[in-house]
Ligand binder design. Structure first.
Ligand code: ADP
Ligand code: ZN
Ligand code: ZN
Length: 745
């Protein structure tokens, strides 16, 4: 027999090995095998295919050994890997690498998955209980402890108890325990324990849906009779999550699994608690902060006879082995963090979810208050079903959104801080009534930039072509791309004037001003600087939830799906920055961010207020935001997208070139573009120098392909791959980094 094996290498597709006769019975598709590759190295690979005909014209090595006694990936997963590799133009080996937790694919045989163990206590099997008093002698404490142990064990189903738990609950010192061990009354053993969280208390039945929710729920169920994908477009706080819970419940009745995808860890804490309250230990959690051994355990549990019925997870949970997948929910489907950026495979989790569901015979529900242009387009033209939820739960009105013209206010000298007088007034009123406030700023750092007042010079990173951000904490400048820190300068190196100053305001600056303005209230800040650990994120959220803090200042992290019931005022400080970002999606993103941020206010008790500070309130986008007019905004955007050949009318592929030598990256990209233009003609744009044209000493060039959606992906892929091999044929371009970003966001 012969086996095609996927190796964790960024090379071509699969490699063929011979199966030694004695392994014939022990190997199958989806099994891990160890094979040698190259001169000396051994790798763990996955068997993709087995067949009998010897491959012609190549000499094949034998499989070294078989690791598993059952497949650890199923055929659906292999099909999904293949689709990702095909559609996102990347090596299958890279998909394999991303898909399997690393402890399940040891590249040398050392770093294997390790079982977690715990020290337990049990009664020594040879110990005759009736002689206890004579054995222990005069030590009263030992005797008491012995009695407690037998008492505890008699109430347990297992015959052991964790040493730590025993000492913690009984309060005896380790010395007393040691006495018993030395006398062979009890013994210490090491037992395997699971890393997966378990202590789940009672669960409740899902809340009854209100009539709007019930209508939307029925619409979704009906839609799934004809279509594979449905969009739930529900305004913020309309109760989408409760609808998901009912759908999951329905899946449980049908004995099918649900995958509930969330954009990133920020969302999972509150949501996980809500889902756990209903589904208890049927729910598995797979987020980016769990460690690799935990990943491996979840994977193994999914393979077992008792798999999780529901997984809530970030994009990589798409790769888990499901047996009976019935539904994939993609919550906040418009989120850009669903797209993997670095490294390959650069897949979009929403689109990959739809493919996974298709392969598994399951359905996909996309949910959002602000759907992406692509999804809404598909829902409008009937490719997807569409269910609407236009009322907030308990019919609280959507927030009252007001614009503040900061340009005018500045001109009239009325802006005494980063907060407009009107915003300060609203905050004052809300806080005095015991309500809370969220202030939202789309940038981190104290003040984003240092600039010379005299000549306009700004400090940049030595390795990357980006301006440095000032961080008050530590009084340093930091590159957000490579994390290099620099000293702050006052003297301008360009004009030699002492006129370098801070401009703009980040979250740290706002926090400081707010603390000064409202000395009686507590301010907390949430951005990537304050939330490096999962704990700190949870703490900031729970402090705010428990009203220990009153004002929360943060970046876009704050706009995502959080459900607080006491926030009545949301301030969006300087909305203009995001609008002017040079990207065709900047208006779509701004609309989403502002609508979502606004949606954090007035969720439960009364109508909320949102104040958006802008120096350009005439921009049409604000009218749509103030009127909560998604449809109007969508139609205007769609016209522009069509005019300028962007998604959803065209598919974009970005081709990225990187090299330390600028001349080389320049000529490689020109050559590549010229080859492509031969067949793809005016669909090829560039090469261009991107906005950030140097990162970590690598110079960057990009080509953009704008492709009609009906152009065959296969054909395009072939053209691109031919161009790449022609480039690689030139010795000088052999090692230029080239990669493809399909459907970038
Ligand atoms: P969304 O996901 O649309 O933003 P949520 O599902 O978070 O909205 O709902 C908003 C709030 O209303 C939550 O606190 C939720 O618990 C509550 N809620 C929604 N639907 C119901 C229901 N049917 N019964 C009771 N509470 C509900
Ligand atoms: Zn840098
Ligand atoms: Zn200067």
């Amino acid at each position: 027999m012969y086996a095609d094996v996927i190796l964790p290498l960024p090379l071509s597709n699969v490699f063929t090995y011979a199966v030694p006769v004695e392994m014939n019975e022990r190997v199958g598709v989806g099994y891990r095998v160890i094979v040698s590759f190259g001169s000396r190295k051994y790798y763990t690979g996955i068997v993709k295919k087995l067949y009998n005909n010897a491959p012609k014209g190549i000499e094949v090595k034998e499989i070294h050994s078989v690791i598993d006694s059952h497949p650890i990936v199923n055929q659906n997963q292999l099909d999904l890997w293949e689709w990702i590799s095909f559609y996102y133009i990347c090596p299958l080996g890279d998909v394999f690498k991303a898909a399997l937790p690393s402890s399940l694919k040891p590249s040398d045989l050392q770093e294997k998955y390790t079982q977690k163990t715990e020290t337990h206590i049990q009664i020594h099997p040879d110990f005759p209980a009736k002689y206890i008093e004579s054995v222990i002698g005069r030590s009263k404490k030992q005797l008491e402890l012995y009695r407690e142990i037998t008492e505890i064990l008699s109430q347990k189903t297992s015959s052991t108890i964790s040493r730590k738990e025993l000492l913690d609950t009984t309060g005896y010192s380790p010395a007393v325990l040691k006495g018993l061990i030395d006398k062979n009354v009890i013994e210490q053993i090491s037992v395997d324990v699971s890393r997966l969280e378990k202590d789940i208390t009672e669960t409740r039945t899902p809340f009854a849906l209100n009539s709007y929710q019930q209508t939307a729920f029925d619409k979704i169920i009906n839609c799934f009779k004809e279509k594979n994908t449905c969009l739930l477009h529900g305004v913020t706080s309309s109760g989408k999550t409760e609808i998901y819970i009912h759908l999951i419940d329905e899946m449980l009745r049908q004995e099918k699994q649900t995958l509930y995808l969330v954009p990133e860890i920020a969302l999972t804490t509150q949501l996980t608690q809500r889902l756990q309250a209903v589904f208890g230990d049927k729910l598995g959690i797979y987020h980016s902060k769990i460690n690799d051994n935990e990943r491996a355990e979840i994977w193994q549990k999914m393979l077992s006879d008792n798999p999780y019925e529901i997984i809530i997870g970030v994009r990589s949970s798409l790769f888990l082995p499901f047996r009976q997948l019935g539904l994939v929910i993609v919550d906040e489907e418009h989120e850009t963090s669903y797209k993997q950026q670095e490294p390959a495979p650069r897949y979009h989790a929403r689109d990959t979810a739809i493919m996974l569901a298709h392969i598994s015979g399951a359905k996909t529900l996309l949910g959002s208050a602000t759907p992406s242009m692509e999804t809404y387009f598909n829902a409008k033209n009937g490719k997807y079903g569409l269910a609407l939820l236009s009322k907030r739960f308990e019919e609280i009105e959507l927030p009252n959104i007001k614009l503040e013209n900061t340009f005018e206010l500045r001109r009239k000298k009325k802006m005494k801080s980063v907060l407009s007088p009107n915003l300060i007034e609203h905050m004052q009123e809300a806080l005095s009534q015991g309500e809370q406030v969220i202030l939202f700023r789309n940038r981190r750092g104290f003040a984003p930039l240092l600039e010379c007042r005299n000549c306009g010079w700004t400090p940049k990173c030595r390795h990357c072509d980006v301006s440095l951000t000032y961080h008050k904490f530590g009084n340093t400048l930091k590159c957000h791309y490579c994390n290099t820190t620099y000293k702050v300068v006052r003297d301008c190196p360009a004009c030699e004037e002492k006129s370098v100053e801070l401009i703009g305001q980040g979250t740290e600056k706002i926090e400081e001003e707010v603390a000064e303005l409202f000395p009686d209230f507590r301010v907390a800040r949430m951005d990537t600087d304050t939330t490096t650990g999962k704990q700190s994120y949870d703490r900031i959220i729970s402090d705010f939830q428990n009203k220990k803090t009153h004002i929360l200042v943060g970046t876009q992290m704050l706009s995502k799906g959080l459900d607080f019931n006491n926030v009545s005022v949301v301030g969006i400080i300087s909305a203009d920055g995001m609008l002017h970002y040079p990207d065709f999606r900047s208006h779509e993103r701004s609309f989403q961010l502002m609508t979502q941020a606004a949606g954090r206010s007035g969720r439960k008790i009364k109508r909320g207020t949102v104040i958006i500070q802008t120096s350009d309130p005439e921009q049409p986008i604000y009218r749509f935001i103030v009127n909560n007019d998604f449809e109007g905004f969508y139609n205007l955007q769609l016209t522009e997208r069509k005019l300028f050949r962007y998604p959803p009318f065209y598919r974009l592929i970005r081709i990225v070139f990187k090299d330390r030598n600028e001349q080389k990256v320049e000529s490689a990209s020109i050559l590549f573009a010229n080859i492509l233009k031969g067949s793809l003609k005016e669909r090829v744009l560039g090469p261009n120098k991107p906005v950030i044209s140097k990162i970590q000493r690598y110079h960057i060039r990009e080509i953009l392909l704008k492709l009609e959606v009906n152009l065959s992906p296969q054909q395009v892929r072939d053209i691109i791959q031919q161009a790449e091999s022609r480039l690689r044929n030139k010795q000088e371009f052999k090692y230029v980094v080239v990669y493809f970003d399909v459907d970038g966001v």
